[in-house]
Structure formats: structure tokens, C-alpha cells
Ligand binder design. Structure first.
Ligand code: SF4
Ligand code: SF4
Length: 159
């Protein structure tokens, strides 16, 4: 008799069907969505900067006010399954976006690896380059626009 192969929940459960705990665990904690963005007036293209929301603990990539974040920062967006079709604004390494687009998580994801060590090894969090937005005058923000070094990660092949 052949044993049934275990499939992790992110391979068998659509994002829209995940429990709140499963949904939260898909966030890899990179901190990239907490970076300030600038939109081109002409093209409407969104550009990420390396300037983090002042409520981001850059060393840990954790929000300092997570439970009350939207009351503290009006522009903070809480990701929900209802917005999946709008995920294009997220960085292309964002695990919600990757899972939505490839139906799998990247091979460096903490749920796959068991820790964030592979993310840290590959420099996939903002902790090594983010600068608190309050440390830079707004007129200077354009000079902080960045391009992500990593493109879309390959899906992880468990076979
Ligand atoms: S960019 Fe995506 S994976 Fe990274 S912290 Fe934001 S929601 Fe989580
Ligand atoms: S309030 Fe917290 S979750 Fe929201 S953008 Fe700022 S650091 Fe990120």
C-alpha cells in the first residue's frame, strides 16, 4: 500500500479559503510592503523607496503597533483575501503575490524552510537597507527609489 503524500496547506487551500492563522502565516515578514511608495503622476507607476514606515522595527521587520496599525498610520493597508486581484502593487517577492501567481511558495519561505534563515541569507528582508522615513526630508524621497534585486522566485518543487 502506498502512503498518501502529505501536502502542506498552502498547496491544497486557496488563499480565499485559508483560516486567519493560515493567512497570517503566508506573510514571510520581509517588511517590503512597509516601505514608502511614490506614484508617477504621468504614468501612475508605483515606485518603492527604501524608506520604511516609522512604525516598522527595521531590525526585526516587525510592526511596532501591529494590533492598532490602521489607527496609528492611516495609509497602512491590511491585506485580505478580498483584495487578491489587486496584489500587483506588492513587491514581486511578496509571498501572497507569489502564492497567488504560482500556486506555491518560494523555496526560501519560512514555512518551507522552518525558519527565516534562508530569507536572511538571501537578503530578502528590508532590514539591511531600510531607512526610517522620518530621517529623510520628503523632498529627498525621490532619491530613495529602489528596484528589487530579486525577480519572481521559482516555485518550490517538493517532488
Ligand atoms: S511584502 Fe508581503 S510577505 Fe512581505 S511583509 Fe508585506 S505582506 Fe508580508
Ligand atoms: S503601521 Fe506597521 S504594518 Fe502598517 S505600514 Fe507601518 S510598519 Fe507596516
Amino acid at each position: 500500500m502506498i502512503a498518501k503524500r502529505y501536502e502542506p496547506f498552502w498547496k491544497t487551500t486557496a488563499l480565499e479559503q485559508m483560516s486567519p492563522t493560515e493567512w497570517e502565516s503566508i506573510c514571510d515578514g520581509c517588511g517590503k510592503c512597509c516601505l514608502q511608495k511614490l506614484q508617477d503622476d504621468d504614468t501612475e507607476e508605483v515606485h518603492y523607496t527604501n524608506l520604511s514606515c516609522h512604525q516598522l522595527n527595521i531590525a526585526t521587520c516587525q510592526c511596532k503597533v501591529y494590533e492598532t496599525r490602521q489607527a496609528k498610520v492611516a495609509s497602512c493597508i491590511t491585506l485580505t483575501p478580498n483584495q487578491i486581484d489587486d496584489f500587483q502593487w506588492l513587491p514581486d517577492t511578496c509571498s501572497y503575490r507569489v502564492l497567488h501567481e504560482t500556486k506555491d511558495l518560494p523555496n526560501w519561505h519560512p514555512l518551507v524552510v522552518g525558519s527565516d534563515k534562508e530569507m536572511l541569507r538571501q537578503g530578502l528582508t528590508v532590514r539591511h537597507y531600510a531607512v526610517n522615513e522620518h530621517n529623510v526630508e520628503e523632498e529627498e524621497w525621490e532619491t530613495h527609489i529602489i528596484k528589487w534585486v530579486h525577480g519572481m522566485p521559482e516555485p518550490y518543487d517538493l517532488t
